[in-house]
Design a protein around this ligand. Structure first.
Ligand code: TRP
Ligand code: ZN
Length: 867
């Protein structure tokens, strides 16, 4: 047994038991002080009538970490010390000291927010008090049954010097040095929030369709008010969308967003008081890129949508995390798709899914969408829970159809409002609404790993047969996999005219299955249209390869995938054989789509964009080969130059034709023109003779999108010295822009110099490594976005990451643990790199006092190596 296991027990889904006590109300009083904040909690408890079979009488178990207990009372009477047992994880009140029925527990505790660098519980970010309670941070604020199936209304009184004092719900009253809040909706403790500081509100209003007038506030530091406009606009659009698409209205008198600089995640959906990482709110044309605007819109919507999917209906336990996260991601994807265009959005989501979730599923970190055990729940806020969780809902919707999906969701909200639910509850509303048995479909929630689907087509005597097969490789703890129900959207095309003959959704439910059609000639098959299932597709009829589909497919995803598959094949071939020429059919087809006026500019930009190094690596691994990151990097560069040669003067034409006049607008259409122009710029400057255009573009840029597009090319081509200096001088006081300055060098520095560049940047006075955004911008970007350098054969990249994780772990375990996942692909590489990565992981794992978060990650990452 490892050290981690010995100290901290595994939590198992199969061990779930309902709480012994329920909470009827909570009243909290905070007296804020940076070094010694006093928290008084009055909690009305009631024995849980549902706690069948539990031996009585029961002790009262309260979670609590790093709390100093000053006083405890039950029904007003002091609890004697012999009734209490306090350990590192909480407090036990002996049953003998508890009244028979209901009682009020009162505790006065002390915490030190200024010493809290982990950014969980109550902490201070640049002078501003802030909380983060999901998943288990509330226990760092006061003693409580800190589990999501205990829901209660909260009343909060805050006392402190800060001019603005905020908590969840509606404001009851306030005066100099105090404020009182009430949240009438019963909620689990993870949705509690408190914020206090010198803040300014940007305000607006929203009228719900039943006539409720809602005050909207975005709270920021003085000076940041002008950068909130886009987030506010996105919020109002999200509120309107949830009414029309899901029939969901907002339920309090005000909705607040608070912007903080130090945050472990993107944002948090606390009831009525969302807390956001500043990078997902603050934007101006001069400081934010098109991609920042897109993320702001998506994340503002995501957190808002949680009000119904997460807050009104929450999770029974943390194994059910995908119940709220998968569904809310699915909803934010639908929203962005409606706002910006479905085809491009789907492709972007698939790129992300493959880069994050497929990678996780192929690694020792693979786990089911609903995990069955954990040591530290913070380690399970993963691409599998979020992104694959959303894919599973997309499949469900495709299988039952959009009308039944809508009825199932209505039923879900009706039946479960105010409850803490499970995936079984979720699937049952679909069974009830559709009349279908979803037992097999439910395996998507319990079985880890990405299924491989192979396809073979034969045509004989007027009959076309498509033979599909599925298999999923073993993952940790799951040696044998059962077949899944896989919706495979499919079209058959006339090989002569290019017209679709049939469009349908095949349900692949067995290991092998044949589908047949009467056809006078052999068709061209397109499978997995719209990426109808999160699987890896291969096989002659299923590769979607070929310039035919790139030319004729009408499904935007599959047309794009056809080109992508060709590009991946070329990269695989030319990385092994640098002299090999890229397929001329591919180059010719690409030239046609680049200029096709029927295709929207943002879509054309995706068609022209080459697969990332990460995707190229994954492609080789999926086909059983060992990738050489540096060789792939150079192959990618050569392919860019070959495309530029083949497109010739047409590139310059694209570049000129998609320049925009007038002021910057972040809308999708304008962003599409900039994306296509940026692609043209990248290809033009891939030719040495034209490299100067990047500097010209940088100098002429009047917005951050174009500035960053040019700067990343300059860095990648080793010509960025002047531009980096100018950029730094112009933005030295802007934290979010300075993050970009670090990140662009970490991501794009050439492999020969990147490690040295990043090392030098770690000594920069502005490398404030305790700030998660800054740490991620430099160290995270290097390890995740500059793979040719990170995987340097001498191990210098690995060492750099491990050194910094060792430094960060005692300060911020959550961010450290998350970043260990950069090592997750280690089994894909050659023996030399494998040994180097394992060595770094063992070095990290052996640190005395290593956090539980990082300890669990290291153990999982190494588990197959050490048996
Ligand atoms: N529930 C948050 C979200 O989706 C995620 C989150 C915010 C989080 N802060 C966190 C997860 C801290 C783990 C730790 O959208
Ligand atoms: Zn979420």
């Amino acid at each position: 047994m490892s050290r981690v296991e010995a100290e901290t027990p595994r939590v198992r889904l199969s061990d779930y038991a309902p709480p012994d006590f329920l909470v009827d109300r909570v009243a909290l009083r905070f007296r804020l002080d940076p070094g010694a904040t006093r928290v008084t909690a009055r909690i009305a408890f009631r024995p849980n009538p549902d706690r069948r079979g539990a031996p009585a009488p029961r002790d009262l178990l309260l979670d609590g970490r790093n709390l100093v207990l000053h006083a405890a009372r039950i029904d007003g009477a002091a609890v004697p010390p012999e009734a209490l047992r306090q350990g590192p994880e909480g407090l036990r009140v002996a049953a003998a000291w508890l009244p028979e029925g209901d009682f009020v527990w009162e505790a006065e505790t002390e915490v030190a927010p200024e010493a809290n660098t982990a950014l969980e519980g109550l902490y201070i970010s640049r002078g501003m008090y802030c909380t983060q309670c999901e998943a288990q941070g509330f226990r760092k604020i006061t003693f409580y049954p800190d589990r999501p199936d205990v829901m209660a209304p909260f009343r909060v009184r805050i006392e402190g010097d800060a001019p603005v004092l905020l908590s969840n719900g509606n404001l009851l009253g306030s005066g100099p040095g105090w404020a009182e809040w009430e949240d009438p909706f019963p909620k689990p403790s993870y949705l509690f929030a408190l914020v206090a500081g010198d803040l300014r509100a940007v305000e607006d209003r929203f009228k719900t369709r039943s006539g409720r007038d809602v005050l909207l506030q975005i709270w920021v530091r003085p000076g940041d008010e002008p950068r909130c406009g886009y987030a506010m606009d996105a919020l109002k659009r999200a509120m309107a969308w949830d009414e029309t698409e899901y029939g969901r209205e907002y339920d309090l008198d005000r909705f607040m967003i608070v912007v903080v600089d130090d945050f472990n995640a993107g944002a948090m959906e606390n009831k009525g008081l969302n807390v956001f990482n500043s990078r997902y709110v603050l934007a101006s044309p001069d400081t934010a890129t098109d991609s920042d605007y897109k993320s702001i819109e998506a994340i503002v919507a995501h957190e808002y949508f949680h009000n119904w999917t997460g807050n009104r209906i929450t999770c029974r336990d943390w194994f059910q995390l995908c119940l709220k996260e998968g569904l809310t991601v699915f909803r934010d994807q639908q929203f962005s798709s409606d706002q910006r265009g479905a085809g491009v959005k789907r492709i972007e989501d698939v790129i992300r899914l493959r880069a994050t979730q497929f990678r996780e599923d192929a690694s020792p970190l693979a786990h089911p969408v609903r995990p069955e055990e954990y040591i530290e729940i913070n380690n399970f806020y993963t691409a599998t829970v979020y992104e694959k969780g959303a894919e599973v809902i997309g499949m469900l919707r495709r299988i039952v159809g959009p009308e039944t999906y809508a009825r199932a969701l209505d039923l879900y909200f009706d039946r479960h409002d105010g409850q803490a639910c499970t995936i079984e509850d979720w699937l049952r509303v679909f069974e009830d609404a559709s009349g279908r048995d979803l037992t097999q479909f439910a395996r998507w929630y319990s079985q880890a790993g990405t299924p491989h689907v192979t396809a073979r087509g034969t045509w004989e005597g007027g009959l076309f047969t498509l033979a599909l097969a599925q298999s999923t490789a073993p993952t940790a703890g799951q040696p044998r996999k059962a077949p899944l129900l896989i919706p495979v959207a499919c079209a058959l095309f006339d090989p002569e005219t290019g017209a679709p003959l049939t469009e349908t959704v095949l349900e692949l439910s067995r290991e092998r299955q044949d589908f047949t059609w009467d056809l006078p000639a052999r068709p061209v098959v397109s499978l997995l249209r719209g990426f109808s299932a999160p699987v890896i597709l291969s096989g002659p009829a299923g590769g979607n390869g070929g310039a035919f589909l790139l030319a004729h497919e009408t499904d935007p995803f599959s047309k794009w995938q056809a080109g992508r598959s060709l590009a991946l094949g070329i990269l695989a071939k030319t990385s092994a054989d640098p002299g090999a020429a890229p397929d001329p059919d591919y180059l010719a087809a690409l030239a046609r789509v680049a200029e096709d006026p029927a295709l929207a500019p943002d879509y054309r930009a995706l068609l022209l964009d080459l697969p990332s190094l990460e995707e190229a690596i994954a492609h080789l691994v999926e086909s059983g080969r060992i990738p050489d990151p540096l060789a792939l990097h150079h192959a990618r560069r050569r392919l860019e130059a070959a495309i530029a040669d083949s497109l010739g003067p047409r590139l310059r034409h694209l570049y000129d034709a998609h320049g925009l006049d007038g002021p910057y607008s972040p809308d999708a259409a304008a962003a599409g023109h900039r994306a296509l122009r940026g692609c043209a710029l990248a290809l033009i400057t891939a030719q040495d003779a034209e490299a100067a255009l990047a500097a010209t573009h940088f100098a002429a840029a009047d917005n951050m999108t174009e500035r960053m597009a040019a700067l990343s090319l300059l860095v990648g081509r080793n010509r960025a010295e002047a531009a980096l200096a100018a950029f730094r001088a112009a933005w030295r006081d802007d934290r979010l822009v300075l993050d970009k300055w670090f990140a662009v060098q970490a991501a794009h520095s050439p492999p020969e110099t990147a490690v040295a560049t990043v090392e030098a940047l770690t000594r920069d006075p502005d490398f404030d490594w305790q700030n998660p955004n800054r740490f991620r911008a430099l160290i995270g970007t290097f390890a995740n976005a500059n793979l040719a350098a990170f995987h340097a054969a001498d191990g210098a990249g690995y060492r750099l990451l491990a050194d910094w994780l060792i430094r960060l772990d005692p300060v911020n375990p959550q961010t450290t643990a998350r970043m260990t996942s950069a090592f997750a692909t280690w089994r894909s590489f050659d023996a030399g790199r494998q040994a180097l990565i394992r060595g770094e992981l063992r070095r990290l794992g052996a640190r005395p006092g290593l956090s539980r978060d990082t300890g669990e990650m290291v153990e999982r990452l190494l588990r197959e190596a050490d048996g």
